[in-house]
Ligand binder design. Structure first.
Ligand code: ADP
Length: 305
């Protein structure tokens, strides 16, 4: 059986409903990608999520949600005395803002146990992580995760990495930039979003982002840029611009645009599609996701698959 493993943090989401009430859901960048991968890949491919949760009721409910969605949770760590992170969405004049309670979440301990990490990654076809996965870890845990990924890669696992730059989660900008570059250098597929890269690395255009990660050693770079063309750069190949097949003007909620693009792209590549086809698959899925509210847009996956 083929296996895909995503690593990171899933949080409880509280989204405004009616009459001052909030609807509870579950989301988090790498988890969103895992959820979309689960819906895009055949059942013969296992999609596994690697994180840490508590031993309390909400942690169990989150794991039950994952399992009900068909996502394997057997490599999740259970940490006594911690619980899952939480965020609340605020809506004011159609603008969204967020409050987070995640600074002591169990997920920060997801890379504390090397043997658990090795077991989770063993035999995986693809491992997927993001800059947020790295940002929430202590430096020694980050090093353990890098070592486990390197071991898996040497054994044939492809590493996919979305830089997903969130400065607020990092101790300082230099550590953030160095860690992102080092992780990208050891990745097979790097999936940055241009706007963030321009802000934090000063790239003049998406081709510059692709070139920077390419020079660092990334085998394939796929640069997303909202409704603008996706730029790809494969080692030894040319920089290529792929037009977005279906630009959306009436965006309902751009949450998880990048996460779902990554899932559509990676699922397509796992199925053996060429680069242009995989970009189209990612962009098509993301275009559907941004026309629905929230991170996990069920109508987007039922419409595509
Ligand atoms: P992020 O969510 O990481 O900020 P982007 O905004 O760059 O990512 O968008 C990710 C992908 O979502 C894009 O590459 C594109 O495929 C799709 N996308 C984003 N905005 C639009 C849009 N207005 N119309 C169509 N597709 C879009």
């Amino acid at each position: 059986m083929s296996r895909v493993v995503a690593l990171g943090e899933c949080m409880v989401e509280l989204a405004p409903a009616t009459n001052g009430l909030f609807a509870m859901g579950y989301a988090g960048d790498t988890f969103n990608t895992a959820w979309y991968l689960r819906h895009r890949l055949p059942a013969s491919v296992e999609v596994s999520y690697v994180t840490a949760v508590g031993v309390d009721a909400v942690s169990h409910e989150m794991l039950r949600f994952m399992a009900d969605e068909g996502i394997d949770t057997r490599h999740v760590a259970h940490v006594t005395g911690r619980t899952v992170g939480l965020y609340m969405i605020h809506l004011k004049n159609a603008e969204r803002s967020f409050s987070y309670w995640r600074s002591t979440s169990a997920a920060r301990l997801l890379a504390d146990d090397t043997s658990r990490l090795d077991a989770a990654l063993s035999g995986a076809t693809l491992a997927y992580l993001s800059g947020i996965t790295l940002a929430i870890l202590a430096p020694d845990a980050r090093a353990r995760l890098a070592a486990a990924l390197a071991t898996a890669r040497a054994a044939g696992t492809r590493i996919a990495f979305d830089t997903n730059i969130r400065p607020a989660l990092w101790s300082d900008p230099d550590t953030m930039r160095q860690t992102l570059m080092a992780t990208a250098a050891a990745a097979d597929i790097v999936l940055p979003s241009f706007e963030d890269e321009a802000r934090h690395f000063g790239d003049a255009d998406p081709a510059a982002t692709a070139a920077r990660y390419g020079r660092a050693g990334a085998r394939l770079v796929v640069v997303k840029d909202g409704p603008n063309p996706v730029i790809t750069l494969a080692a030894g190949g040319p920089v290529t611009a792929h037009a977005i097949p279906a630009p959306v003007t009436a965006v309902v909620d751009s949450t998880a645009a990048g996460d779902s693009f990554n899932a559509g792209f990676l699922a397509s590549q796992l199925e053996g599609a060429d680069l242009a086809t995989a970009v189209t698959a990612g962009a098509t899925l993301a275009a559907r996701v941004i026309t629905g509210p929230g991170a996990l847009v069920r109508s987007a996956v039922t419409a595509v698959s």
